[in-house]
Design a binder for this molecule. Structure first.
Ligand code: MOS
Length: 747
C-alpha cells in the first residue's frame, strides 16, 4: 500500500461534477441515444402466462406487417450458450438461461419472441401481433414465504456462534416476531436499453451497464465469440441501483438480432417490462428472535429469512449481512432459504441483504428496547462490540458509537418522551425513531492509465463507469491531486470494456477500488515525466536526478524550489515527446479470506414522523443521518448520494411494493403511475453528517465510498417513529395508512 495522503487541494473538497455540463446540455450520450444510419428496432413479445409451455408461435401476420424485417423465436434466433462457471468475481449474471432457449414459461413477461422493424412503432405492433399459443400450468407468485417449501430441504446457515436456542430458553427478556418486505422494483429514470452493432464479425454493444467488463465477458460467452470480439460501452448511466449490474436477456436479444440481420439494432425495455425481466429485490420474510439480560446485554440474535427466487436461478438476498458483527452477542444464528416462485430472477437492489435485514433487526431492537425500558440509542451503545465477533477480525475503522451519539445530539433525542403519542407540535402528533446501520466496504480489482500530454492536459482511462454517483469527478480529483493540473485540464474516459479493466459500479465499492489504481497510474506518469525532463539535451535540470525533482502545480521543479519550475508542456516540448503515461493496478479485497480487517461503513438514522389521526395523514418530516464511511473524496457528491438514499428509504418504508396478480402471475402495478415511490413532495428535511475517519486499510486516501449506507436503517427508523407516534407496530412493509387505522398488533 502506498503512503497515506492527508492534505490536498483537491481531495476532500466539495467539487461540482465535471460531467455536469454535458448532462445539463443534453450532450451526454446515454445508451439508447446511440443511433446509426441503418439502425432498426427490436421489440419483444412477452409471455402472458406465468407457467406452462409455448405450443405454437404464429408470426405469419407479424412478418407481413409494414416495415418488419424479421420475427425471431425459439426456432430461429440462432445459437446462444450458457456461461461457464466463473473463477472469482467474474462472469456474473442472475438470469442464466439465454432468452428463447426453450419453450418453457417460468414467469409472466418472459420473452417468447422478438420482432425487428424499421421503426419502434412497427416493431412493437409486430411483436404484439405474434400469436402465441400456450399450454398453461399452475403458477405460484405467493409472497407467503416462511414455512413454505424451500429450494433446498434445509435452510442454509449463514452465521453461527454459540447456542442461540439455549440462550433464548434461558432468557427472561426476549422478543420474537416476523417482519416482511415486499418485492421492490428498481425504477431508474433511464430504461434498460441495448444498441447492438455487428460488423466484420465483431460486436459493439451500447448497454445500460454498471459493469462493462463483466457485461463483455458474459455476452461473449453467451454469443459464443471470443471476448476480444465484443466491446461494451456505457458512457453515462441514468442510475441503476443494482438493476443494471449484470446482463439481462434483452441484451442477448439485441445482439442476436444484429448478428442475424447485419444491421444495428436498438432494443429499449419498456417500463412495464422493467417489472418483469430485469430483476427486482425479492419478497422476504424474516423471523427475528432476540434475548437480553435485564441490563440490556444481548445474549442471542437469531434470524431466519426466506426470500423468493425464480424457478431456475438461486438468488440469495443475504439478509444476515450485518447480523454477525453489528452487535456484541455470544450467541448468533442466521439461517436463510430460497422459495421458488414464478417470477423473473431477482437481483441486487441498493444495499442487498443488509437493507431488508436491518429493517427487521433494527425494528426488533426497538421492540426489545421497549420491553427492557431502555432507551433505543442506549441499547445499541450497550451492545457495541470490540471486534468483529463473527470472524474474530479487528474492525478496520468503526465509529458506530459516535454515529449514535452525534445523531442523537443533532436530532435532539434527549428531548424525546418515550410514551407513545405523547409528543406534539403544531397540532400534530410526533413520532421519533432511530436505527443503526452498516454496509460492507471493500475493493475489487482495478487498473487505470494516466497520460500527460504535451498540450498540458491529462487523460485518464479506466474500464469502470459512472452510474451517476460522481466517479468521473473523483478520478479527476485524484489526478489533479497528483499532478496539480486543474480539473478542466483533465479528461476522464470511462465506460468502455476495451479500456484497462476497472471495477463494477456496485456495492458502493467503485471509489475505494479505483483510488489506488488511479493514484499509482498518476504517480508513475509523473515519474516518467521527471525522467523525461532530465533526458532532453536542453534540460534546465542538468546534473539532477529524478529523485531530486517533483511535479507540483502542473510544473516540474527541483523539490521544494518554486523558481525554475517548468510546465508539463515545456518539459515535453524540450524532450520532443508527445505524451508520457503510467499504469496502476490494485488487487481487490472482496471475498479474500486472508483479509486482516473487518471493513464496513457505519451509520445512525434518526427519523421524525408527523401523524394526524383525524385525517389519517402520515408524513416523514425529518431525517438526521450520521455516516462513518471513511474519507469523502468529494463531500458534495457524497452528500447527494446519502440524500438520494434517504429518499429511497422513505419510499421503502411507506410506498414501494411490486404487486403480483395472483390470478395471472403478472406484476400489475408495472408503471410509474401505479408503483408508488417517494417524490420531492415526500422528501423530509435531511441532515447529513459525515464522520471524518479515513480508513487507510482500504486505500491511501482512506476512502470507503458511499451510496447504499444511506438507505440502510432508514425504513426501521421510520417504522420505529411510526410506533412512537401511533402505538402501531407495523412489521410488514410498506407501512400503509390502513395499518394505522385498525391496530391489529400493537406492541
Ligand atoms: Mo448496488 S445494489 O451494488 O448497484
Amino acid at each position: 500500500m502506498q503512503e497515506q495522503i492527508k492534505a490536498s487541494k483537491f481531495i476532500g473538497i466539495p467539487t461540482p461534477r465535471i460531467d455536469g455540463p454535458v448532462k445539463t446540455t443534453g450532450r451526454a450520450m446515454y445508451s439508447s441515444d446511440h443511433s446509426f444510419p441503418d439502425l432498426v428496432y427490436a421489440w419483444p413479445t412477452t409471455a402472458t402466462i406465468a407457467s406452462g409451455t409455448v405450443t405454437r408461435i404464429d408470426a405469419s401476420i407479424a412478418e407481413r406487417m409494414p416495415g418488419v424485417l424479421a420475427v425471431y423465436h425459439h426456432d430461429n434466433l440462432g445459437q446462444l450458450y450458457r456461461t461457464p462457471p466463473a473463477a472469482g468475481f467474474s462472469m456474473i449474471l442472475d438470469e442464466h438461461r439465454p432468452p428463447l432457449e426453450d419453450t418453457t414459461i417460468r414467469y409472466y413477461g418472459q420473452y417468447v419472441a422478438v420482432a425487428v422493424a424499421s421503426t419502434v412503432e412497427q416493431a412493437r405492433a409486430a411483436a404484439e401481433a405474434v400469436k402465441v399459443t400456450y399450454a398453461k400450468t399452475a403458477h405460484d407468485t405467493s409472497d407467503k414465504l416462511l414455512g413454505t417449501p424451500l429450494s433446498e430441504p434445509r435452510p442454509k446457515v449463514a452465521t453461527k456462534r454459540g447456542d442461540t436456542a439455549a440462550a433464548l430458553a434461558a432468557a427472561t427478556i426476549k422478543h420474537d416476531a416476523v417482519y416482511t418486505t415486499p418485492t421492490e422494483t428498481h425504477n431508474p429514470i433511464e430504461l434498460h436499453a441495448s444498441v447492438a452493432v455487428f460488423k466484420d464479425g465483431k460486436f459493439t454493444l451500447y448497454e445500460t451497464s454498471q459493469a462493462v467488463v463483466n457485461h463483455r465477458d458474459v455476452l461473449a460467452a453467451m454469443l459464443g465469440v471470443p471476448p476480444q470480439d465484443v466491446q461494451v460501452i456505457t458512457r453515462y448511466l441514468g442510475s441503476g441501483f443494482g438493476g443494471k449490474l449484470w446482463p439481462w436477456p434483452h441484451s442477448l436479444l439485441a445482439a442476436s438480432c444484429a448478428r442475424n440481420l447485419k444491421r444495428p439494432v436498438k432494443l429499449v425495455v419498456s417500463r412495464s417490462m422493467m417489472f418483469q425481466s430485469v430483476g427486482h429485490r425479492p419478497a422476504i420474510d424474516q423471523r427475528i428472535r432476540l434475548a437480553a439480560t435485564s441490563e440490556g446485554k444481548l445474549t442471542a440474535i437469531e434470524q431466519d429469512y426466506v426470500n423468493h427466487t425464480s424457478l431456475d436461478d438461486d438468488y440469495d438476498e443475504g439478509c444476515g449481512e450485518a447480523s454477525g458483527f453489528i452487535y456484541s452477542s455470544p450467541n448468533v444464528l442466521v439461517t436463510g432459504g430460497l422459495a421458488r416462485r414464478n417470477v423473473g430472477t431477482p437481483t441486487s437492489m441498493r444495499g442487498p441483504g443488509a437493507v431488508p435485514g436491518l429493517y427487521a433487526l433494527e425494528s426488533a431492537m426497538d421492540e426489545l428496547s421497549l420491553k427492557l425500558k431502555i432507551d433505543p440509542v442506549q441499547l445499541r451503545l450497550l451492545n457495541e462490540p470490540e471486534k468483529d465477533e463473527s470472524t474474530g477480525q479487528p474492525f478496520s475503522s468503526r465509529h458506530m458509537k459516535e454515529c449514535l451519539t452525534t445523531g442523537a445530539e443533532k436530532f435532539g433525542w434527549s428531548k424525546r418522551n418515550s410514551d407513545v403519542g405523547s409528543m406534539r407540535r403544531d397540532g400534530l402528533t410526533l413520532g421519533w425513531g432511530m436505527a443503526a446501520c452498516t454496509w460492507i466496504a471493500a475493493r475489487t480489482d482495478s487498473e487505470a492509465t494516466v497520460e500527460l500530454h504535451q498540450d498540458g492536459t491529462a487523460r485518464v482511462i479506466c474500464g469502470t463507469q459512472d452510474i451517476g454517483g460522481g466517479t468521473y469527478t473523483l478520478i479527476a480529483q485524484i489526478v489533479a491531486h497528483e499532478t496539480g493540473l486543474p480539473l478542466d485540464r483533465i479528461e476522464v474516459v470511462l465506460g468502455d470494456s476495451s479500456l484497462p479493466p476497472g471495477p463494477i459500479s456496485g456495492g458502493s465499492w467503485a471509489t475505494a477500488s479505483v483510488t489506488p489504481a488511479v493514484l499509482e497510474a498518476a504517480q508513475k506518469a509523473a515519474k516518467t515525466l521527471l525522467i523525461t525532463a532530465l533526458g532532453s539535451a536542453d534540460t534546465p535540470f542538468k546534473g539532477k536526478k529524478a529523485e531530486e525533482l517533483e511535479l507540483v502545480d502542473g510544473t516540474v521543479r527541483v523539490k521544494g524550489q518554486s523558481s525554475g519550475a517548468v510546465s508539463i508542456t515545456e518539459t515535453l516540448k524540450l524532450a520532443k515527446v508527445k505524451a508520457v503515461s503510467g499504469t496502476g493496478k490494485s488487487e481487490g479485497t472482496f471475498g479474500n479470506p486472508k483479509e486482516k480487517f473487518s471493513s464496513h461503513s457505519y451509520g445512525a438514522q434518526f427519523a421524525e414522523v408527523t401523524w394526524q389521526p383525524e385525517i389519517a395523514r402520515l408524513r416523514v418530516s425529518r431525517i438526521v443521518t450520521v455516516i462513518d464511511a471513511g474519507r469523502m473524496i468529494n463531500p458534495r457528491a457524497a452528500r447527494n448520494q446519502i440524500e438520494g438514499a434517504v429518499v429511497m428509504g422513505v419510499g421503502m418504508a411507506l410506498f414501494e411494493a411490486t404487486e403480483y396478480d395472483q390470478r395471472t402471475g403478472a406484476p400489475i402495478n408495472a408503471s410509474l403511475a401505479d408503483y408508488v415511490m417517494a417524490v420531492n413532495a415526500d422528501t423530509p428535511d435531511i441532515d447529513v453528517t459525515f464522520l471524518d475517519y479515513p480508513d487507510y486499510n482500504l486505500n491511501p486516501l482512506g476512502a470507503r465510498g458511499v451510496g447504499e449506507i444511506g438507505l440502510a436503517g432508514v425504513a426501521a427508523a421510520i417504522a420505529n417513529a411510526v410506533h412512537h407516534a401511533t402505538g402501531v407496530r407495523v412489521r410488514n412493509l410498506p407501512i400503509r395508512i390502513e395499518d394505522l387505522l385498525t391496530p391489529t398488533h400493537t406492541a
